[in-house]
Ligand binder design. Sequence first.
Ligand SMILES: [Zn+2]
Length: 235
Amino acid sequence: MGKPGQVTLADVEKALRDLGGEATRAEILDQLTRNRNGDISYYRDEHNYQTTAFQVIQQHCRPYKKQEVYKGAIRFERVGDRFRLAYPLGDEADEDESPGQRQPNKRLLETMKTEVLEGFTFSNPRRNALKLDEHDAALVASVKAALDAAILSAHMPSAVAKRIHSLAARHRMKGRAAAIKRHPFAGVCEASGQPLEKKFAQLDELDPELGYAGRVQWVCPQANKNGSHSCGVCK
Ligand SMILES: [Zn+2]
């Protein structure tokens, strides 16, 4: 492994995922630094490193005014003094800056099918457990058909997929804030009962069909199968 180079969008997304999908600027920068083992020698100095890294966030974050200029894909949202992923944690980062170069492909269609239509989860070990009734299954089937056709005929399939993805994600996100209010983090990993630092806590949905309207619990990334940090007990 060579020395870590310039901070990329993928680096920032990874740092934010490591932090559970939402964090302050300082927390993100700390995590970025940890992820490169503290090596910022690529940069002139600490200030240059932090400024440059933060620019990567701004370039892909709403609601910064500069957005129109940057043309980068929206990957983050600013909420007060915090930043969060503008898509579900279970989603893989597509780092293409020029979606037009991508052709529709099987993987994309599969991603759309599982993540857009069958429901997002922030981490989705239970993705396949969703049970839809006949009415809802028919809705999904008809939207899926329209979606497949749209992606295949799109001029910029990846861009279209992303837009639809984020529209669907917004529906999923609606209940999240309410769920957190209803069930605030209590300082422990609820899978084990062990103390857990807030920055590692991840909100886990227990009722896949209900999403955030259902029961939720705060757990360590290890319990959530979404990261390596453990409360010490979860494996
Ligand atoms: Zn745990």
